[in-house]
Design a protein around this ligand. Structure first.
Ligand SMILES: Cc1ncc(COP(=O)(O)O)c(C=O)c1O
Length: 348
């Protein structure tokens, strides 16, 4: 059983230009920095997180019991998968390509993992079936940065209530959506387990904090199981501060400005990569898939990626997503884009 592969720090020398994680490069906002400065590290957080759950619940218009703090979505994926398994779910559906932790969590529990490759496949998965399953949907999706199409969501909304099992909706990148609006119908979302992971949009991925929104109905057994599996104080004092500042007007307005800047940088970066001859896939968020070497030569690519890494520039090799020859690139400031162009030309 292998560990999931991630972008970002890798134990080598520091990364000056990091295109390999999807954290917002503009963060963190001052409103959250101020909240973090006040985090009380000298005491345990309230183990019930009552005030935080009430505040987050009010924001989402759900009762606090439906808000379950997590140490980030990676932890939520493990806990929800284990809870589902304890409730008799033995089969897990994951997107391909998709975030590796969904399959890793299931494999660690010896659950059966199946992949779906398209919106049509996923609609088939959502059809009522005898055997209970856990189905993961990432909207917008990592690593593609794409959204499932409106026709899918229209059709999926009519199937969600018949699904036998647990639907988990990973919203890690919703707050960074640069194109269009959230396509998930409210009625669909309300029947799923939504994973929220605001450390990415705030540029604070070092803070391990997030929360689950449990379904509105019919999930009391699984909610109790997910809660029972949580470590005491699963969320640190910094995590409480981050989540507490998340919906402050200053944070929301910062995020809206950040999205506008990221959209401008994304356009510049697409032009810069096109000038290098890279093929690029469309995306609704500030990261996307690109094919740097026209012939998709994985060996040539990994050699060049190593040369870039030597110069402090990191890109995410997409091989572990089943896409050898491709990279996932996140939007970075124009200075980093220029550094990448120069280093790519120099690396042969
Ligand atoms: C789709 C997706 N979900 C979840 C995570 C993990 O989020 P967290 O930092 O909250 O554990 C990531 C991190 O890369 C991700 O890409």
């Amino acid at each position: 059983m292998s560990q999931p592969v991630h972008g970002g720090p890798d134990g080598l020398h520091p990364i000056a230009c990091d295109f390999s994680t999807n954290a917002n490069p503009l963060g963190p906002p001052q409103s959250v920095v101020r909240a973090l400065a006040k985090a009380d590290r000298a005491r345990y957080p309230d183990p019930s997180y009552a005030a935080l759950r009430a505040a987050l619940g009010a924001w989402h218009a759900v009762p606090p019991q439906q808000v379950l703090p997590t140490a980030g979505t990676s932890e939520a994926i493990r806990r929800l998968t284990l809870a589902a398994s304890l409730q008799g779910v033995a089969r897990v559906w994951v997107p391909r390509p998709g975030y590796g932790d969904y399959a890793a969590a299931a494999q660690a529990l010896r659950m059966r993992v199946d992949h779906y490759d398209s919106a049509q496949d996923l609609l088939r998965v959502l059809q009522a079936r005898a055997e209970p399953a856990l189905a993961w949907i990432c909207e917008p999706c990592n690593p593609t940065g794409e959204s499932l199409p409106p026709e899918f969501w229209h059709e999926a909304a009519s199937r969600v209530s018949a699904f036998n099992g647990v639907i988990a909706l990973d919203r890690a990148y919703e707050a960074l959506r640069l194109v269009g609006g959230d396509p998930v119908p409210a009625g669909f979302a309300a029947r799923t387990w939504q994973c929220l992971s605001p450390n990415k949009s705030l540029g604070l991925t070092g803070i391990r904090a997030g929360y689950l929104l449990a379904p509105a109905e019919g999930a009391s057994g699984l909610i109790a199981q997910v809660e029972a599996l949580a470590a005491s104080w699963v969320l640190s004092a910094e995590g409480v501060a981050l989540l507490g500042a998340l919906h402050q007007p200053a944070t929301l307005s910062w995020l809206s400005d950040a999205r506008a800047t990221l959209a401008t940088w994304a356009a510049l970066q697409r032009d810069a990569l096109a000038a290098l001859g890279w093929r690029q896939r469309p995306s609704v968020v500030p990261f996307w898939l690109a094919l740097p070497c026209a012939e998709a030569d994985p060996q040539a690519l990994s050699r060049r990626l190593r040369q870039l890494r030597d110069r402090g520039i990191k890109l995410r090799d997409a091989s572990s997503f089943g896409l050898p020859g491709w990279v996932r690139v996140s939007v970075q400031p124009p200075g980093s884009q220029q550094a990448l162009r120069a280093a790519w030309d120099a690396a042969r």
